[in-house]
Design a protein around this ligand. Structure first.
Ligand SMILES: [Zn+2]
Length: 302
């Protein structure tokens, strides 16, 4: 409508609507906004999805897993299963729409192990960009990537940073913590980077039926430390030089108590992140300012 309505005509229109809308229709509209909404994107109807986006204030979670060997005793989808467990519970606590299973990340270092799905770097970046673009097109103007996989530690900040290359009408947030640094039941092992005490403990909470503790010592998760390079010199093969079995630590040290503590910490941390993202109106504002300045850099003054 281009013509301005006078207050009088607005009132008349409202009065007409009250007369014209049958009460049954009003009830149907109310019934279409259920009190409890699923947090699972794929479980919502189209109209419930609209309500989910409204309720989440446009904040959507993308839990990011992987398919890779996890020692001799944990399932290939450990990171995917664990991150979804944490993200879904967090979203139930602080409402957000959660994207379905996503596991198209960086895992080149486990290509020598069975069951690893290692997509090329082009696909990783292109698919992630199209996924978040599509999420944003559907109203997710804040996409919180909850990372469940250590091999994505470089990919995700790079992805977020390169959103500055051209304008996007949404913000990418990355939450990349899974294990508390302090507190909880004392740990028995010192090396614990992959499928070890912590990760195995968390899996006993998320999916105890998929943990095979009796197999955990059938392979070595020791640090072979075969590469002699000064600190600060990086190579892609570093992980294999240390942990050729794609296993770091000892999963047999896992306990339910440690799992409960760490999983609760993880869920609570994701809840805090969702709340902070919902409250954040600075990032999109300054991102837009930045994009605009980027179109005429010579005018930017200190
Ligand atoms: Zn893992």
């Amino acid at each position: 409508m281009t013509r301005m309505s006078t207050p009088c005509s607005v009132l008349r229109l409202l009065a007409m609507c009250v007369v014209l809308i049958p009460p049954r229709f009003v009830r149907a509209q109310a019934a279409s906004s259920p009190a409890k909404l699923s947090v699972h994107w794929e479980e919502l109807t189209a109209s419930d999805f609209r309500e989910g986006i409204r309720r989440s204030q446009g904040t959507c979670l993308l839990p990011f897993g992987i398919l890779e060997k996890h020692g001799p005793h944990l399932p290939l989808g450990t990171d995917l299963l664990d991150v979804r467990y944490a993200a879904l519970r967090a979203a139930e606590d602080e409402y957000a729409v959660v994207f379905p299973e996503y596991y198209f990340g960086q895992i080149a270092e486990a290509r020598h192990e069975p069951g690893t799905m290692a997509y090329s770097r082009q696909i990783q970046l292109a698919l992630l960009q199209e996924t978040t673009d599509e999420m944003a097109r559907n109203g997710c103007n804040k996409v919180l990537i909850v990372n469940g996989h250590g091999g994505n530690n470089s990919l995700l900040p790079y992805f977020a940073q390169t959103q500055l290359d051209k304008p996007h009408d949404y913000v990418i947030y990355v939450f990349d913590e899974r294990t508390p640094q302090h507190g909880g039941p004392p740990k028995k092992t010192t090396i614990d980077m992959h499928a070890g005490e912590s990760e195995t403990s968390k899996m006993t909470i998320a999916h105890p039926e998929l943990v095979h503790p009796e197999r955990a010592t059938s392979e070595s998760g020791a640090d072979l430390a075969r590469q002699k390079l000064p600190e600060g010199v990086y190579t892609g093969i570093w992980w294999y030089t240390r942990f050729p079995n794609h296993y770091s630590g000892d999963g047999s040290a896992a306990t339910k108590e440690l799992g409960e503590f760490q999983m609760k910490w993880w869920i609570d941390s994701v809840v805090k992140a969702i709340r902070a993202v919902k409250a954040d109106d600075v990032s999109i504002k300054l991102q837009n300012e930045f994009y605009e300045k980027g179109t005429h850099p010579l005018d930017t003054q200190p």
